[in-house]
Design a protein. Structure first.
Lengths: 644, 249
């Protein structure tokens, strides 16, 4: 199958403007005749639902949490990028575009990324107008900070809670539309499947998490804004409820899944403390503005540290290895995430890790506190330091933080064209749920940018183009396809409840997570991936014969919810392994040990792998088919990424 | 650590509910409180008993989904969210009592899970600036003094968990409501709808069945995000001045 990315012709800087003009419009009086379903209420979902309702469409918004304000976008800490050039430091739309393409290791579409950079400036205007209290300077204008992979300060922030403030802004816009009646909210409702009629998405099937009622909802278009799939690793910085179910069910109904092996391991997370651990906590990348990353120069010193014979502060400067500053003098501690993570792994593999498990490096604020004073550091990162103290019981103002990489974000996702439409007409994917803008590695502070760009400024235009092509006739839920899909969902629920095996859902999830982390995590090999594939298949078989899900469908049943999600992770995991195995190169977050430069950097193969790997579902237990969308670079030159 | 957990179990909204005691062993001081409950739930499931239901999601103290009234305090002994509470705050041999939020406006759904949609409806009543997407001025067009922006941010940090309501003997939602009213009343963007917002949000708060404020300050003391009670004073000023010069006559 040929995947048409629908990238408009013409010069890069004019593509989006031209495309908006050539897109068809729905006239204002007709908009009220179209129904749109938005699944997920994070940055992408809430902003899309609010903006579409403002235009006059009838929107139904769904989330599994008790309120749209809980979506996991809320946990984003550091900031949001925008090419405002308020700092007069040489930023521009083109520079943001270039940094993002390069940061993604040349595995994203030029046109999409340029559009993202272009609308980034509107996002900041929009959020300020909503009353988002961004950090300001004494003159009353907006403040900026720096993030990894950039040499300009273009990141806007609200203390260490930028995601929270942006989401509450989008949530307030959504709430306004709920009050006007243009949006109907369905909290504590989980999407279980998509309904496709004559090749077009026409609705969804949901489960009410309180009553267990399985319901159908019809619409002219369905938008999936359901986030990423990092929880396939069990331990990640994602929220406990974050899952792939909506995207995966869409995949099984015909939507291609692109680059599933592109996962981001974030360098600065609080290290794992034991087997009981349920999730990992991120310490914002913004900390690398002032914190210096180091380990002892020698294994012997590290050994003493691990045994508690010496303390970090006892180690003299000449015995410390500030390895990022040493290897990458021009970017220093602010190298992109994939580079920082990989280097932390290297020094720990060398036996220079600093905590009991040997899997941690220091992030030290001693010099910043000496330079700027404790007050300034507290102003910038107070809440993060408090969080660190709460979790570890140590005071980072006095001793260096300990950090280690953890799964944080997934660049892969549902394949979408330039209009954000998946390969199923009428079915869209926005935000982290799609694959489109970050290539093989996302730069810090770009996830918030993408979520809001998609929801506020892209989908309102591109959705109209599609809706204008279909008649405004009500989509009826009495079409037999709705009943058929509903019956399938109910059948699956009954199956899960009737297995009555011996092992809990978490048992399987943890086991899957270990396989994925060991073989499809920070470093991958063909041999390990092949092993992982057969292990996942065996685990999936065991799940369907021995999982224990208690209770009934007709009640709040958290085990049942989780069982559904883990069942889908067990299928996705295998596809991730297939994708990693197929991609015989290293790029960004995908690091195949067989393909590296002599210095241990990722070695791309542009000749053979400059494409989007889009996988097509072929049926239960059948090998998925790979469709390739070639990536064409007309504006940037592909080079070995260097941050030295 | 060895503990005894006294947990409120309630099958559904119409069930009467009651406490059940669960002994638990092998708890590490490094576990978070919710991880301790995860351990209990794994044991219960293995034994074929219905696991204890509780709300939680981000486990980073920011989504506001976790709740729990622990030993008579919302979010337990520390001024933080339950998900950030760690077992090192307890001692070996302790008995820990765990209840849901108790408030008329927060009905119990099951076990420790309550319905907090009343908070959403308060925001829907006016907790926003009425701007549409697009057509807004440049972000630096209106300078805002840093002190004002910081005060607005202090109020905006509310996570909507409902601890203030649970802490209050009157189950008042004044701290929650006032935090949003304050944030928007402080910022220039919120001026146009300032009066209407205060009137509508207060009216909705009352309609949901939350109690009134008697200035005991329990909400501020228990708020995991340190939202200040001065916001309530500001809300009262906003409300009264809105009522005497209402735009909605």
């Amino acid at each position: 199958m040929i995947l048409d990315s629908k990238i408009p012709a013409g010069p890069l800087a004019e593509k989006w403007t031209k495309h908006k003009f050539s897109s068809k419009l729905v006239n204002p009086a007709n908009k009220r005749k179209y129904d749109v379903i938005v699944v997920g209420t994070g940055l992408a979902g809430a902003s899309a639902a609010a903006s579409l309702a403002e235009l006059g469409y009838n929107v139904k918004a769904f989330c599994f949490q008790d309120s749209p304000r809980r979506a996991h976008s809320i946990a984003a800490q550091g900031g949001i990028n925008a090419a405002k050039n308020y700092q007069n430091d040489g930023d521009s739309v083109y520079r943001l575009f270039y940094d993002t393409i390069k940061g993604g290791d040349y595995r994203a579409r030029e046109a999409n990324v340029y559009r993202l950079a272009e609308v980034s400036v509107n996002i900041i205007d929009q959020c300020v107008a909503q009353g988002v209290p961004f950090a300001r300077e004494y003159g009353g204008l907006l403040a900026n900070r720096s993030f990894g992979g950039a040499q300009v300060s273009r990141t806007f922030y609200a203390r260490g809670q930028t995601g929270q403030q942006l989401l509450l802004g989008a949530y307030s816009a959504l709430s306004r539309q709920v009050a006007t009646g243009k949006v109907k909210l369905y909290p504590r409702t989980e999407m279980m499947d998509v309904v496709v009629i004559d090749g077009q998405a026409k609705g969804i099937v949901t489960r009410n998490l309180i009553t267990g009622a399985v319901e159908t909802h019809a619409a002219h278009a369905v938008l999936l804004c359901t986030g990423g799939y990092g929880n396939v690793f069990f331990l990640s910085t994602n929220a406990m409820g974050s899952n792939v179910t909506a995207a995966w069910r869409a995949h099984k109904r015909g939507a291609h899944f692109a680059n599933p092996c592109f996962t981001q391991i974030h360098p600065t997370c609080i290290p794992v403390s034991g087997d009981h651990q349920s999730k990992l906590t991120l310490m914002s990348e913004s900390l690398r503005n002032d914190g210096r990353v180091w380990v002892p120069k020698t294994q012997e010193t590290a050994e003493k540290l691990r045994k508690g014979q010496i303390k970090a502060n006892d180690i003299k400067d000449e015995d410390r290895d500030y390895f990022l500053e040493r290897k990458y003098p021009s970017f220093g501690n602010l190298v992109p995430r994939d580079v920082a993570s990989r280097n932390a792994k290297y020094v720990c593999d060398e036996g220079r890790g600093v905590n009991e498990t040997g899997e941690a490096v220091f992030l030290d604020f001693r010099d910043a506190i000496k330079r700027d004073g404790r007050d300034v550091i507290e102003q910038k990162y107070g809440n993060l330091f408090d969080m660190y103290m709460q979790i570890t019981g140590e005071n980072p103002y006095e001793v260096p933080m300990m950090i280690y990489p953890a799964v944080h974000y997934t660049m892969g996702g549902l394949w979408v064209d330039y209009n954000l439409m998946t390969s199923v007409p009428g079915l869209y994917a926005l935000g982290e749920a799609n694959f489109s803008d970050h290539g093989a590695n996302r730069l810090g502070a770009s996830a918030l940018m993408q979520g809001l760009a998609d929801g506020y400024f892209v989908i309102p235009y591109t959705l109209g183009d599609y809706l204008a092509s279909i008649p405004p006739k009500k989509v009826e839920e009495d079409h037999p396809e709705f009943a058929k899909v509903k019956a399938e969902v109910e059948g699956r629920i009954q199956k899960l409840l009737s297995i009555n095996g011996t092992k809990t859902v978490d048992y399987f999830h943890k086991k899957l997570g270990k396989i994925m982390w060991n073989e499809c995590g920070m470093a991958r090999t063909a041999e390990g991936l092949k092993k992982a594939k057969s292990e996942i298949q065996a685990l999936r078989k065991e799940f369907w014969s021995d999982v224990k899900v208690l209770g009934a469908n007709e009640e709040l049943n958290q085990s049942l919810e989780k069982a559904h999600r883990v069942a889908d992770f067990l299928e996705l995991g295998e596809l991730m392994v297939d994708d990693a195995l197929n991609r015989n190169e290293s790029c960004g977050g995908h690091f195949r040990e067989e393909y590296q430069t002599p210095e241990g950097e990722a070695l791309r193969d542009d000749e053979n792998y400059a494409y989007v790997a889009a996988w097509k579902y072929m049926g239960e237990g059948v090998q998925e088919e790979l469709d390739k969308e070639p990536l064409v670079f007309e504006n940037v030159k592909l080079t070995q990424r260097s941050y030295k | 650590m060895k503990l005894t957990l006294k947990i409120w179990r309630q099958k559904n909204a119409s069930d009467k509910g009651g406490f059940v005691a669960y002994p638990i062993d092998g708890i590490s001081k490094d576990m978070s409180f919710l991880e301790m409950l995860d351990v209990l739930n794994e044991h219960l499931t293995e034994k074929g008993e219905d696991p204890v239901h509780f709300d939680h999601d981000c486990r980073e103290g920011i989504c506001g989904m976790c709740s729990l009234y622990i030993n008579g305090k919302p979010h337990g002994p520390q001024q933080t969210t339950t998900c950030q509470l760690h077992m090192r705050s307890f001692n070996d041999g302790d008995t820990i009592t765990i209840e849901p939020w108790r408030a008329k406006a927060f009905p119990v759904v099951k076990d420790l899970v309550v319905d907090r949609s009343a908070f959403d409806r308060i925001i829907q009543a006016g907790g926003y600036v009425s701007v549409r997407t697009g057509g807004v001025p440049d972000a630096n067009e209106i300078p805002i003094p840093k002190t004002i922006a910081d005060l607005a941010m202090d109020a905006a940090q509310c996570i909507g968990c409902g601890a203030c309501v649970a802490a209050c003997k009157n189950a008042s939602a004044m701290l929650f409501t006032s935090a949003k009213i304050s944030q928007l009343a402080l910022l220039p963007q919120g001026q146009v709808e300032r009066k209407t917002r205060a009137e509508k949000m207060v009216a909705q708060m009352d309609a949901e069945g939350f109690g009134s404020c008697t200035n005991t300050g329990a909400c501020e003391a228990e708020c995991p995000k340190g939202i200040s009670i001065t916001n309530i004073a500001r809300m009262n000023r906003e409300y009264f001045s809105a009522v005497v010069s209402s735009d909605n006559l």
